[in-house]
Design a binder for this molecule. Structure first.
Ligand code: A3P
Length: 329
């Protein structure tokens, strides 16, 4: 287990109330080289607790908001780019040479609420953002601010099979450690993941809550899966456009706009752009850590039979009767 998290993960802007809260919340040493706290039933890194609370207390949803919700490492960066391209396709035609997605990272164009807009005591006036506001969060459904739940804002939820999610998360957190030193061992992190201790986890609670809500409220929440977008990208992008009430016209379909969006947002294209190869957040992390392989099935290069059996057992038990099935290939 690492003992020296990078500054980005250590910095901690907790108020007095936040410090009091920390002293009573259950905690585990784990992901991201520092403690994770069990807040309202989910695990949040110490670093982001204050921002999650600020988001809950201060955010006022607007009816036109589009909020992307994901389990970390399920393809958020990809879906942010697809959402941005789709919703802004009149203002920014896909083939324009200076399309914002060609010169800016998707996380800048579709910012995280708790990781960016409410992070570290920031007080951006987000009420003035151009409508529809495109925003993102990892917070579980039950912990979303009330205004998100009661407004007509739309939630787009993305998840990915737990094996690839785990492997991607393990690589990601290790890649944030300085010089990749003192990397967390896969066994240790896997045991934590199985115990439910993962970023914004337990994974199964996060996914199941949104899955059930998407069935109850199909006009409010669209449930997407990484593997389905990979396998049938056109169908899933059209589903997304229909859900957001900006369907593709026949003319657009005939002129190839759907393919143009998919090509622009492909792993190959985005990961090779100068901005994503060499750009950085103001906090110092490189954009390139969000682009690794972008495939289904990398788990096969890491999982032992025991790991498969252990996770299968948990997934079968947790998702039994839900109707939700993951694809691993
Ligand atoms: P891998 O680590 O398996 O390669 P997130 O954006 O939620 O942090 O998820 C990151 C994962 O999505 C990484 O998976 C990353 O490579 C993959 N990814 C990023 N951009 C992608 C794209 N345009 N298409 C498909 N996968 C993408």
């Amino acid at each position: 287990m690492t003992t020296s998290p990078p500054e980005y993960l250590e910095k901690n802007n907790l108020s007095e109330d936040g410090m009091k809260l920390l002293s009573i919340l259950p905690k585990e040493k784990g992901w991201l080289g520092s403690y994770a706290y069990n807040y309202q039933g989910f695990w949040v890194p110490q670093k982001f607790l204050q921002a999650v609370i600020a988001f809950q207390q201060q955010f006022q949803a607007q009816d036109s908001d589009i909020i992307l919700v994901t389990t970390p490492k399920s393809g958020t960066t990809w879906l942010k780019s697809l959402l941005f391209a789709l919703v802004n396709r009149v203002k920014h035609p896909i083939l324009e040479p200076n399309h914002p997605l060609l010169i800016e990272n998707p996380h800048v164009l579709v910012p995280f609420l708790e990781h960016t807009l409410y992070f570290d005591g920031r007080t951006d006036d987000i009420s003035t953002f151009t409508s529809p506001r495109l925003l993102a969060t990892h917070v579980p459904f039950a912990s979303l601010p009330k205004s998100v739940q009661v407004s007509k804002s739309k939630l787009v939820y993305l998840c990915r099979n737990p094996r690839d999610t785990f492997i991607s998360m393990w690589h990601f957190t290790n890649s944030l450690l300085p010089d990749h030193k003192e990397a967390d061992s896969i066994e240790e992190m896997f045991n934590l993941f199985c115990k439910g201790v993962s970023l914004y986890g337990p994974f199964w609670n996060h996914v199941l809550d949104y899955w059930k809500k998407s069935i109850e409220k199909p006009n409010k929440i669209l449930f997407l899966m990484y593997e389905e977008i990979k396998k049938k990208p056109k169908i899933q992008l059209k589903r997304l456009a229909d859900f957001l009430e900006c369907p593709f016209s026949i003319e657009e379909e005939n002129s190839g706009v759907v393919d143009d969006i998919l090509n622009m947002c492909s792993f190959e294209n985005l990961s090779n752009l100068e901005v994503n190869r060499n750009g950085k957040f103001s906090t110092g992390e490189a954009y390139k850590v969000f682009f690794r392989r972008g495939e289904i099935g990398d788990w096969k290069n890491y999982f032992t039979i025991e790991m498969c059996n252990k996770l299968n057992h948990i997934v079968e038990e947790k998702f039994q009767g839900s109707g939700l099935k993951f694809s691993y290939v």
